[in-house]
Design a protein around this ligand. Structure first.
Ligand code: HEC
Ligand code: HEC
Ligand code: HEC
Ligand code: HEC
Ligand code: HEC
Length: 426
């Protein structure tokens, strides 16, 4: 049970409390949009809540046969085929974690789960591969696993594409997208003909609510904070107040890049780091203040319980050798108990806020400088989780192969965003 609970931070409550999670309505957690917003919104949806509920309803129905008017590449849901006409978005998308959402770490768990717990597997795919055509099995009737059969519309290649273009853009073969940048406010620029029968356009593609169904839990978590709480963190921040959407930072100029904590430049842009040596650092002691400010993330730094950020301070001699016993490590992370029921600590930095760590150590004669390093481990939680997972003798050899690969990827995804040395005064 423990392994199953730990499978993914975002899904555990789905798996353990499905009835509970469905009972709580979205409106309970999300404040209502201003009344003035409702008027004059062009397109099919007038309120973001209707858009989110309808557009990301799950499971998505199969698309069926493409309309007769669709020709050639238009008849395909595969990202490569969309890319033949939209090369820019395709070239960007394929470098992202959205394209790798059916990664070895996910697939390695799903191979066995489709056999033993198909409902669980499908619930993972709600975020990792939501199209009906990506599901290995389909539910025939309500009830136990016996009522699941091979999915007649399963497309194995599409399954491995993870979060494909069509997951975000296509429903019932109708292509949906944002409003054209040049369309004047209030004018509906939805079209019903042209390539792929035109485009259903709505401004909700450009709003934070678009990202919500996969990046925000609608049910509570330990210590009053959902386990996945990114939208609420954003909404309650200056960024949310000012309406600076997720897309402004994660899709600048509509680029399909979605860089996050796995990317060094993006992570560096999130925090400002100031180190000041204490004035009393003469004689026998060294003191310093290391201040990190979340100036560039639109939510907590970091937003999930899966990464850890280590602030490592230590003394060196003049040849760069570490002085034993001088190392201090402060960790920035949200840590939960292994069953996810309790919060152990939360040292993450809220948007626009700072955290200050104080360093104080005895000074050995040969200490020449203080070195401060900030090391990011984007997959800290998953690395441990994969190690534990592999201890289970019951997993299939295919699962073992993929999870071993995932463990090695997670072990090597760390990087430094800061590494500076400060000369001690004599
Ligand atoms: C045969 C070429 C072709 C294929 C294949 C194709 N598209 Fe398009 N698509 C276009 C063209 C041309 C437009 C511009 C239409 C317009 O301005 O109304 C467009 C418009 C769009 C838009 C609206 C944004 C914009 O640039 O105006 C989106 C979103 C979109 N396509 C997504 C997709 C997705 C997703 C797929 C794959 C499932 C796909 N397209 C497959 C040619 C294609
Ligand atoms: C509500 C959306 C959602 C659901 C449901 C969900 N995930 Fe995830 N998953 C995410 C997001 C977002 C991330 C990336 C953030 C992170 O590291 O946690 C992620 C990350 C992961 C990762 C680590 C990254 C990787 O690709 O190796 C694994 C493994 C994973 N999920 C497995 C699962 C499994 C198995 C399930 C079902 C039991 C599941 N997820 C259900 C959204 C979801
Ligand atoms: C995670 C969801 C998601 C995925 C996956 C995705 N898109 Fe998009 N796409 C969006 C959003 C959101 C916007 C609008 C961004 C904005 O308005 O700031 C958009 C905008 C677009 C546009 C319009 C760009 C413009 O300049 O007006 C095109 C074309 C497009 N996407 C095609 C694709 C193609 C092709 C793929 C796959 C290779 C793809 N998208 C994958 C969410 C997605
Ligand atoms: C259909 C579900 C879905 C939607 C919609 C979606 N995402 Fe994601 N997103 C995921 C999953 C799943 C992952 C993790 C994939 C993995 O690592 O296996 C992810 C990963 C990411 C990451 C990378 C995180 C990292 O650890 O580096 C960023 C950034 C991100 N998403 C931003 C967005 C933004 C912004 C939007 C809205 C425009 C959005 N996503 C919409 C499911 C979704
Ligand atoms: C002001 C810019 C900004 C805005 C707005 C913003 N982000 Fe981020 N986001 C970042 C930066 C910078 C990072 C990398 C540092 C970090 O992980 O906090 C990041 C990281 C992430 C990650 C990586 C996982 C993690 O643990 O941090 C996800 C997922 C994500 N953002 C999703 C979102 C979503 C969803 C929204 C909207 C509700 C959003 N972001 C709004 C700047 C922004």
């Amino acid at each position: 049970m423990r392994l199953k609970l730990g499978i993914c931070i975002v899904s555990i409550v789905f798996l353990t409390l499905p009835a509970f999670s469905r009972k709580i309505s979205k409106s309970f957690f999300f404040p209502s949009v201003q009344a003035s917003e409702k008027k004059g919104i062009p397109g099919k949806w007038k309120h973001w809540r209707d858009f989110v509920n309808e557009y990301f309803r799950y499971p998505l129905p199969p698309m069926g046969e493409a309309p007769k008017s669709y020709k050639g590449a238009e008849r395909s849901l595969s990202p490569e085929r969309c890319g033949s006409c939209h090369p820019e978005q395709y070239e960007q998308w394929r470098t992202t974690l959205h394209a790798r959402a059916m990664s070895p770490g996910v697939y390695g768990q799903l191979v066995d789960m489709w056999k033993t717990n198909p409902g669980g597997a499908q619930s993972c795919n709600e975020c990792h591969a939501p199209l009906a055509e990506q599901q290995k099995r389909a539910k025939q009737s309500a009830g136990p696993p016996a009522n699941w059969r091979k999915n007649p519309v399963h497309d194995p290649e599409l399954e491995m594409s993870g979060l494909a273009c069509a997951s975000c853009h296509v429903r019932d073969w109708r292509v949906h997208g944002p409003r054209k940048k040049e369309t004047p406010e209030g004018v509906d620029d939805t079209t019903g003909n042209g390539p792929h029968g035109g485009v259903e356009r709505t401004l909700f593609f450009s709003r934070s609510e678009f990202c919500m169904s996969c990046h925000q839990h609608t049910f509570p978590g330990p210590n009053g904070k959902s386990i996945q709480n990114t939208y609420n963190e954003w909404k309650n921040s200056l960024w949310g107040e000012e309406g600076v959407a997720c897309q402004s930072c994660h899709m600048p100029d509509r680029a399909h890049l979605w860089r996050g904590i796995h990317d060094k430049d993006m992570t560096q842009s999130a925090v400002q780091i100031d180190v000041s040596l204490g004035a009393e650092a003469r004689g026998e002691i060294v003191t310093a203040e290391i201040k990190l400010t979340n100036s560039g993330a639109g939510h907590y730094f970091p937003t999930y319980i899966t990464p850890s950020v280590d602030v490592i301070s230590e003394l060196e001699d003049k040849n760069g050798r570490r002085i034993p016993g001088s190392r201090q490590i402060n960790v920035i992370e949200r840590k939960l108990s292994s069953d996810f029921s309790r919060e152990i600590h939360d040292t993450r930095i809220p948007p626009q806020k700072s955290i200050t760590f104080r360093y104080r150590r005895g000074r050995r004669e040969d200490a020449a400088r203080l070195r401060v390093r900030v090391h990011v481990r984007p997959d800290a939680f998953y690395h441990n989780f994969f190690i534990e997972f592999l201890k289970n003798p019951a997993i299939s050899s295919l699962a073992r192969k993929f999870i071993t690969q995932a463990r090695d990827i997670a072990a090597s995804s760390g990087f430094d965003i800061y590494d500076e040395k400060f000369e001690l005064k004599n």
